[in-house]
Design a protein around this ligand. Sequence first.
Ligand code: ADP
Ligand code: MG
Length: 732
Amino acid sequence: MSNGSTQQCTLRVEGMHCVSCSRRVETEVLKLPGVSGVSVSLPMHEARIEYDPAKTDVAAIKKAIAEAGYQPFDPSLSPEEEDARRRKADRILRRKLIVAVIFSVPIAVISMGDLLLGYGWRNWLLLVLTLPVFFFSASHIFAGAWKAFKKRTTNMDTLIATGVIAAFGFSVVATIWPNLFVQAGHVHVYYEAAAVIITLILTGRMLEARATRQTSEAIRKLIGLQPRTATVIRDGAAVEVPIEQVAVGDRVVVRPGGKIPVDGEVVQGSSFVDESMVTGEPMPVEKRPGQPVIGGTINKSGSFEFTATKVGPDTVLQHIVQLVRNAQASKAPIARLADVVSSYFVPVVIAVATLALCAWLLAGYGWAMASLVFVSVLIISCPCALGLATPTAIMVGTGAGAEHGILIKSGAALEGIQRINTVVLDKTGTLTSGKPVVTAIHAAPGVDSAELLRLAASVEAGSEHPIGEAIVREAQTKNLPVQNVQDFRALEGQGAEATVDGQRLLLGNSSLLRERNIDTGPLSAEAEALSAAAQTPVFVARDGKVMGVIGISDTLRPTSRQAVAQLRAMGLDVVMLTGDSERTARAIAQQAGIEHVIADVLPERKADAVKQLQAQGKIVAMVGDGINDAPALAQADIGMAIGSGTDVAIETADVTLLRSDIQSVVHALLLSRRTMRTIKQNLFFAFVYNVVLIPVASLGLVNPMLASLAMVLSDVSVVGNSLRLRTFRFDR
Ligand code: ADP
Ligand code: MG
């Protein structure tokens, strides 16, 4: 779908209170030519728009949002500005609420008590007391309803405004012309209802704003990791500068206990660094010259200096923040249900309320009772709980994941995880530590084993494969100097070849040698023994003749076995996928407790293997290190990249597990299940509340004040239920 001409922009949109609002922004913006997608997040007040810059621009999009009755802003607000804006909105809301409370209390007291005032006097006094509540505290509600009215649509404000105006308007008429409505010497007025409804609605919005803010706490925590200043060397002296002034190539000084300001590579000194905030890895990691450091992590013991390699928006931390932000603003497919329902909701509710009004009038109850019912139905059916049900849970769920090194890319991914029934695990670097070591060297008769290792290492010096690195490391520890080679070629998923001193050398697995018609016979017994011991035999051939086999062992990660057992206990089919030989793969699978093994798979065939499983009706999560299994990650229903905060992995995977531990797969699954349960509870609660209470209110069994109290409670309980996800425990 994505062609080169599509751009994305994010706008802040203020003034949305319910799903009707967010839907309207979506439909209005979608009407613009060139707009291909819009996703609005109600709790984040954000709209993400995909558009063709040749056909429309941001200004036109902003105009459409403004015309729909909302206020669009550029997203490029600093956290401080955003805070300031939020505080201002809070202040206004608080002032309105205080005024509403101050006047509602005497209104309620006077309405209840039959004070010494005559009805005429009393009603006039109530009218005066209600005016500030009506015109000041509720002004924004009327403004919202008016805007909707002008656009010939309805929203939550429409419901409340209609209800409140009905109650207030009826009372004013009854106050001015009491004779019209005298019943047994009484004139019923509903100033109290109007004032209390407004007060409760404002209280609800205030609570809701507070609670919604807590749902984005994870992001604030992540942003807060970045220190504001850094100590860099300028003209030979260490000076403290604001973080924005750190440039790529700067030499940065880190002291014990200090925070690492940006990403870089250690050049001098060494230390242990606590990276748990970014990777979730609890143990401090040793850092020596040449090793990478991540901005936002905390230096423990020693002092060191590093060269900045990534600054500003390019750092790992900023990428993570951006990813989590995107995820939080994205919609889960399950939210579509709420969207569709609420688009029919408001008009249907107004129809039901009007029907109830007519029915009560026809039954001869008079305008007073009939309008009371009308108001109750309108108030009780505000669909805001429905609108908050999904996005708040997605926000808290993705945030909780991020805090534990589980980066979930979107609401759709979070929803998709719990649907999987098969987990395909890449072997190297996923089940195993990915840091293989040489365990055995068997030279063919007449070949010197040091010579064998030296030649093998010379070829692998150009290789980036962990096996190659293991062979080079082994040669180094044995002080065997590697030689320059010509025509090096890495054979993806099979081995490598190169020319050394005019000899053609080939390294790799048995299938590679078979392909080249090289007889492995002389060493096949040794190779078999290595495989049976869960080691990978790497054959070395010179000029078409096998000269030896090197045993490589890559040990299982300490938690792999337990994680596999947990996945199986959760009812999932666990499959190991590897390019290694069947024999070695089976031996390792046995150690890990896996029965289903797919071995001898070339990297480019890994996606096919996933496809085959899917063809059998399996819903597959593929877990890989993202290095040579990116296509398989993309093919899987859910792709999980493990153990690397690299850009490529973050880009292609639905889930990035920063911690190199399959246990994170278990945690992602549990988190997804729990989030979906929360969403279902929320939706159920919001629906049931409306479905049950609308008929009850139509029957005149709920007064308008109780109705607004119930509405506020439903909102707050939905958000509160989502916030419970923050306490999700990952250590089970
Ligand atoms: P995995 O599927 O476990 O990630 P790969 O697809 O990277 O493994 O490699 C599959 C097999 O190919 C390895 O088990 C090894 O036998 C062989 N191989 C790949 N690259 C090399 C190399 N540079 N040197 C020796 N053997 C290699
Ligand atoms: Mg691999």
